[in-house]
Design a protein around this ligand. Structure first.
Ligand code: ATP
Ligand code: BTN
Length: 238
């Protein structure tokens, strides 16, 4: 496929009943936030997108990717035997290397989220030689971290089960107060010096976790705490 997010959006636009999941063995136009490229080689990774039609007010959606990230972290810790960390707002890391990325795209009407696509790219069994040179030192795979290859079908089935269950819990609202607390256990940025890029402005400070709405908190050198919403900013680790 070009991109599983793109295909899910096409099927939603054509009226297909949600939820459904789209998988591809490879992607020719895999994308990340801000139109960045998601490298999607054909050697043993997962590229999948979930399509939902949630009747939710748009402001509830800010926590969606964070909530899914927490669920995936917990699942991968069980399946790979080693827990990944989360880089706000949408990446899964082992140490300094990225193992996966999430991309949530929604069509929003005046007062509710019309449809929602949650895309996940997970590096599973790709050999290091499959990465472009600039990605190789910054990417990892579950196989590399676990010390053995993982069965793609079993992994895919477990992820589908977990994401659908997490979606139901999200709609039921129950866990949302817990997100900031849970996040603190998996947050790889907390306590680190980072730079937040917002349009042409940059803000440097120490990452201080997230608030109850999922916004990133940054303590600046001047002693102020700034908050940033996902979707507006990108980060540079120092
Ligand atoms: P970074 O975490 O690298 O600073 P970012 O979080 O600011 O990036 P995103 O849009 O979330 O940016 O992720 C896209 C970036 O991820 C790409 O620019 C590329 O550097 C990296 N990348 C692309 N494909 C892969 C992949 N399969 N595995 C690991 N990293 C990838
Ligand atoms: C990021 O790190 O910015 C997010 C990367 C998301 C990649 C996945 S792969 C499956 C789905 N289809 C896409 O085109 N992107 C997402």
């Amino acid at each position: 496929m070009d991109s599983t997010n793109e295909e899910a959006e096409r099927q939603l636009a054509a009226g297909r009943t949600a939820p459904f999941v789209v998988f591809s063995a490879a992607q020719s136009q895999g994308r990340g936030r801000f139109g960045r490229v998601w490298h999607s080689p054909a050697e043993g990774n997962l590229y999948l997108s979930f399509a939902f039609r949630p009747e939710l007010p748009p402001e509830r959606m800010h926590l969606f990717t964070l909530w899914m990230g927490l669920n995936l972290c917990e699942l991968l810790a069980l399946l790979a035997g080693v827990a990944p960390g989360l880089k706000w707002p949408n990446d899964l890391y082992y140490g300094e290397r990225k193992v996966g990325g999430m991309l949530t795209e929604a069509r929003i009407d005046a007062d509710h989220t019309r449809d929602l696509v949650f895309g996940l790219g997970l590096n599973v069994n790709t050999p290091d030689s499959a990465w472009p040179r600039e990605i190789a030192p910054r990417a990892t795979t579950l196989a590399r971290e676990a010390g053995h290859p993982l069965d793609l079908n079993q992994l895919a089935a477990a992820i589908v089960g977990r994401v659908l269950a997490a979606y139901d819990r999200f709609l039921a609202r129950a866990p949302l107060d817990e997100v900031a607390d849970l996040w603190s256990h998996h947050d790889i940025l907390a306590g680190r010096r980072i730079t937040v890029v917002q349009g042409s402005a940059t803000h440097t400070g120490i990452a201080r976790g997230i608030d109850n709405e999922g916004a990133l908190l940054l303590r600046t050198e001047a002693g102020r705490t700034l908050r940033f919403r996902a979707g507006e900013v990108t980060l540079r680790k120092e």
